[in-house]
Ligand binder design. Structure first.
Ligand code: MF3
Ligand code: CO
Ligand code: CO
Length: 262
């Protein structure tokens, strides 16, 4: 049977070095994912259900020739992950109605022409508390600090160390249970990208690797629980959580962020 994917997956534990041509195609998918999040920012509002938000975003992806990689992934029922307040990640879109003050994480993974892009942002619904805004900013800043460590020859441990150095002095904690990952020809490829760690340790990054960095930062403790729906991760103390995620390629001099916003 013909596969819808024109490729040669390269399975196993090897961290792939993507060719410039492959990175070009991953960039196109990543750009679609980030445009989908731009669209989310325009439509998200109090009174809307997370299901309605998810449908709009799935329509947006499809109208541009893409497919959601999340829909049906290991049985996940949504096109996007929508995680509200104490929900850390993998929130299932449903009947929950967004209200003023909610902190909403939307994570979009696209497939375009067989290539994957993966990105997440934290949105404010109306006016959020200063504490919530500070948490969201810490999550964004920690991701950007981590990205700034990346170049040919840097270590995976540099990423986690940078995230901890930004988040923990503010009294926030870094979730341990989920990691960033290689991405591009598949949704989750090696390596695992830890969001905590020690600088100068771990795998050495090489030009042509494509990874995500996606720190989940909690207001209270870092421990999480998974709800009985089998997907939704929530903070163990039910305090707030925030997340940003970029897909990026490693270059000789730094990182190219592939999921840039317009
Ligand atoms: N986008 C998630 C990630 O960053 C994966 C979502 S898989 C799903 O790795 F099934 F929960 F959608
Ligand atoms: Co990811
Ligand atoms: Co994601």
């Amino acid at each position: 049977m013909m596969s819808t994917f024109p490729k040669r997956r390269r399975p196993g534990n090897v961290v792939q070095i993507k060719t410039p041509g492959e990175i070009e195609k991953i960039r196109a998918s990543a750009r679609l994912a980030s445009r989908t999040l731009d669209h989310a920012g325009k439509i998200i509002k109090a009174g809307m259900t997370t299901r309605a938000l998810d449908k709009e975003l799935n329509d947006f992806i499809k109208s541009r020739g893409g497919v959601s990689a999340s829909l049906g992934y290991k049985g996940f029922p949504g096109a996007t992950c929508v995680s509200v307040n104490e929900e850390v990640c993998h929130g299932i879109p449903g009947s929950r109605v967004l209200k003023d003050g909610d902190l909403v994480k939307i994570d979009v993974t696209t497939i375009l022409n067989g290539y994957f892009g993966d990105t997440c942002r934290t949105y404010h619904v109306g006016n959020v508390s200063p504490a919530a805004a500070g948490l969201a900013k810490a999550s964004y800043d920690s991701m950007m600090d981590a990205i700034a460590t990346v170049r040919n020859g840097s270590h995976i441990g540099d990423i986690g160390a940078a995230i901890q150095a930004r988040a923990e002095p503010q009294g926030f904690s870094v979730v341990r249970d989920f990691v960033g990952h290689g991405v591009g020809l598949d949704l989750h490829e090696p390596p695992s990208v830890y969001h905590y760690g020690t600088a100068g340790t771990g795998l050495k990054l090489k030009t042509g690797m494509v990874i995500t960095i996606e720190p989940m930062i909690n207001e209270g403790c870092w421990e999480i629980e998974v709800l009985s729906d089998g997907w939704t991760a929530v903070t163990a103390d039910r305090k707030l959580s925030a997340q940003y995620e970029h897909t990026l390629s490693v270059t000789d001099t730094g990182a190219e962020i592939l999921t840039l916003s317009d």
